[in-house]
Design a protein. Structure first.
Length: 256
């Protein structure tokens, strides 16, 4: 499951135990302006015992590796439950070198599980060469299958993680549509959508498409992150999201 860091540590502390109890393997936290994915991840880790916490992703153009290592030391997140996701952020030049150097510094600093957020083929190749996995975003199951196959050909041991924006209630759909439009306005994402021949809304899960769609993604990648899009960002909204996804998975399993 995925949330935005903007929900804050308090909400994370309230919902993380329910996420763990429902059987989710990890809570992924987007690093958003004015909020800190590591702070939110630390809050979730403090009230759970098995749930992995992950950042998806922290931009190293504004939070370089030395700062991340200092923050990790201060927050004391259990190393065996942390996945540190990083990306190039808004860097317009030298993005590959920036991420490559950050991965190397984080490795030297003792970070054991690093994934790289990647759109284009060169950054995906860097993830295969240097990191423990690649984090993909805004893809259909078919496009995800192609990029996952490419990654595994380069790094058979690396894993492929995919963010899928998901709304399980009708009143959350307008917010999901707004999120899709916002990403389509970002030049790097717009170019990627054009290269793949996709529209952002082709890649999401809507309330009536939840049964079966999760399984289609799970068949082609190693980890599916259902990025929860809810009408409001209160704990009750996320609790209903967890319940609805869990119910859908149980129904699908029973049908099989």
């Amino acid at each position: 499951m995925g949330i935005a860091a903007a929900v804050g540590p308090d909400v994370a502390r309230r919902i993380a135990p329910a996420i763990e109890q429902a059987g989710f393997g990890a809570l992924w936290v987007n690093d958003t302006p004015g909020a800190d994915a590591l702070e939110v991840s630390a809050a979730a880790a403090a009230v759970t015992s098995r749930l992995r916490v992950a950042t998806g992703v922290i931009a190293v153009d504004r939070r370089p590796a030395p700062q991340l290592l200092a923050d990790l030391a201060r927050l004391d997140i259990p190393a065996d439950r942390l996945v540190l996701g990083i990306g190039s952020g808004a860097a317009r030049s030298g993005a590959l070198g920036l991420v490559r150097d950050a991965v190397d510094e984080l490795r030297q600093g003792g970070v054991g599980d690093i994934v790289v957020g990647a759109l284009g083929p060169r950054m995906r190749r860097l993830a295969a060469d240097r990191a423990d996995g690649v984090l993909l975003n805004w893809l259909t199951p078919c496009a995800a299958a192609e990029e996952a196959s490419e990654h595994r050909a380069s790094d058979g041991a690396g894993r492929v993680v995919l963010y899928v924006r998901t709304a399980v209630e009708d009143d959350a759909v307008p917010r999901l549509e707004h999120e899709a439009a916002r990403y389509e306005s970002i030049p790097s994402y717009a170019a990627n959508f054009a290269r793949l021949g996709l529209a952002p809304m082709d890649t999401v899960i809507l309330p009536d498409g939840l049964p079966g769609r999760v399984e289609r993604y799970a068949d082609v990648v190693d980890e599916v992150v259902l990025r929860a899009v809810v009408a409001q960002d209160g704990p009750d909204d996320y609790a209903r999201f967890v319940d609805r996804v869990s119910e859908s998975i149980r129904e699908t399993a029973d049908a099989v």
